[in-house]
Ligand binder design. Structure first.
Ligand SMILES: Cc1ncc(COP(=O)(O)OP(=O)(O)O)c(N)n1
Ligand SMILES: Cc1nc(C(=O)O)sc1CCOP(=O)(O)O
Ligand SMILES: [Mg+2]
Length: 228
C-alpha cells in the first residue's frame, strides 16, 4: 500500500444512498434493456445504481453508462463498475455519473481517488478480515465512501464470488470496519432484516431486480422491507 496523507472528498454521498443499490446485469435484464430496468427500479425505490457488465468492452460500457445516467438524471447516484477510464470519459461528456466501484484486483483506491478527484464517489469491495481491517484503517484518509461486503450467499451472478460469509460472517466483518457498508451476494427480500440488524447500511442486488418479470415491483418489495 502506498503512503500519503489525508485526501479530502467533496461529493454529496450519504450512507442513505446505499439503502437499495441496484447493480446491473445486461444478460439477466433481458428481455428488458438495462435502461428500462434501471428506470423501473428507480421508480420502485432503488437509491443508487451501478452499471456493471463483464461482457462488453470499454466503448460499449461507456455508451451504456451514459444511457443509464441520462435516464436517471440526478435522482440517484450512478456509478460504474471497475472502470475509472469510463467514469472519466462519461464525466468528460457531461454525463451525471457519480463515481466508480472497484474491487481488490482493480486499481488501488489511492490511485482511483487521485485520478477521479474529490467529487467522485468511490466504493471498494471487501471479503476477508484483512480487507475489512485495511479498509477501516483507510477511513480517515477519505479515499473510500463505502464498502461492498460479500458474498453474503453463493450466487450464480458472479461465478468467481468470494467465499460466502453468511449473515453471521457479514456481521463479524461489519464489526471490523466503520465505513458505510452494503451487503452483496444472493441478497433476497428475506435477508434484509437480518442484514440490517447486522449493521448493513443497505443491500446491493443484481438478479433479484434485473431478472424479475417486473423490476419496479421487485424493487418495491425490497424497499418496503427496508422502509425509510
Ligand atoms: C456494491 C458492490 N460490492 C461489491 C462488488 C464486487 O466488485 P468486484 O470485487 O470488483 O467484482 P466485480 O463486480 O468487478 O466482478 C460490486 N461490483 N459492487
Ligand atoms: C457483483 C457481485 N459482487 C459480489 C461480491 O461478493 O463481491 S456478489 C455479486 C453478484 C450479486 O448478484 P446477485 O444479487 O444476483 O446475487
Ligand atoms: Mg471489480
Amino acid at each position: 500500500m502506498c503512503g500519503g496523507g489525508p485526501v479530502s472528498t467533496h461529493n454529496r454521498f450519504s450512507a442513505d444512498d446505499l439503502l437499495l443499490y441496484l447493480v446491473t446485469d445486461t444478460e439477466l435484464s433481458a428481455p428488458h434493456s438495462v435502461a428500462e430496468v434501471v428506470e423501473a427500479a428507480v421508480a420502485g425505490g432503488v437509491t443508487m445504481v451501478q452499471v456493471r457488465s463483464k461482457t462488453v468492452g470499454g466503448r460499449d460500457l461507456l455508451d451504456l453508462t451514459c444511457q443509464v445516467a441520462r435516464r436517471v438524471g440526478h435522482r440517484v447516484p450512478v456509478l460504474v463498475d471497475d472502470r475509472v477510464d469510463v467514469y472519466l470519459a462519461a464525466r468528460n461528456r457531461g454525463e451525471a455519473v457519480a463515481g466508480v466501484h472497484v474491487g481488490q484486483s482493480d486499481l488501488p483506491v489511492r490511485d482511483v481517488r487521485a485520478i477521479c478527484g474529490p467529487e467522485a464517489v468511490v466504493g471498494l469491495s471487501a471479503a476477508t478480515p484483512e480487507e475489512f481491517v485495511a479498509l477501516d484503517q483507510q477511513l480517515p484518509t477519505g479515499l473510500v465512501n463505502y464498502a461492498g461486503i460479500g458474498a453474503v450467499h453463493a450466487t450464480q451472478t458472479k461465478p468467481d464470488h468470494p467465499e460466502p460469509l453468511g449473515v453471521e460472517g457479514f456481521a463479524r466483518a461489519r464489526s471490523l470496519c466503520s465505513v458505510p457498508a452494503v451487503a452483496i451476494g444472493g441478497v433476497k427480500v428475506q435477508d434484509i432484516t437480518p442484514l440490517m440488524e447486522a449493521g448493513a447500511d443497505g443491500l446491493a442486488v443484481v438478479s433479484g431486480i434485473c431478472a424479475a418479470d417486473d423490476p419496479q415491483e421487485a424493487a418495491r418489495s425490497y424497499r418496503e422491507v427496508i422502509g425509510r
